[in-house]
Design a protein around this ligand. Sequence first.
Ligand SMILES: [Fe+2]
Length: 132
Amino acid sequence: MDAFSWSDDFLVGNQIIDTEHKKLVKLVNDFHNAMEQGRGNDVIGKVLNNLVIYTKEHFKHEEAEMQRIKYPKYLMHKLEHDKLIADVAQLQSSFTSGKSMLTIKISKFLQDWLVTHIMQSDKLLAAALRQN
Ligand SMILES: [Fe+2]
């Protein structure tokens, strides 16, 4: 069972961003499930890598939209993205260096990470996109 269910409360009202967020939720679940099922490190590493790559891609899309509309909160939002990417990269390097990781702790971390950002910063961004 997925640890992290999508909720329509997460919808920001921008179709592209919402679709990408759903995919991120799925990737967090894939990672959780691979860990929970005790998959091999090659599988878990691959899933984690997919999450890192997709996160970067998604943030780039949001940042391009922000620049397009000359979003006044661009810098603040971009800093949050940079911090989130650093957090996931840290997770990835802990994994690669063979540190033991607690599935529940990571899952919870990724969920909080994503939900807080979506509910606060991305909702503001989507509102600004609607006005432009
Ligand atoms: Fe964002």
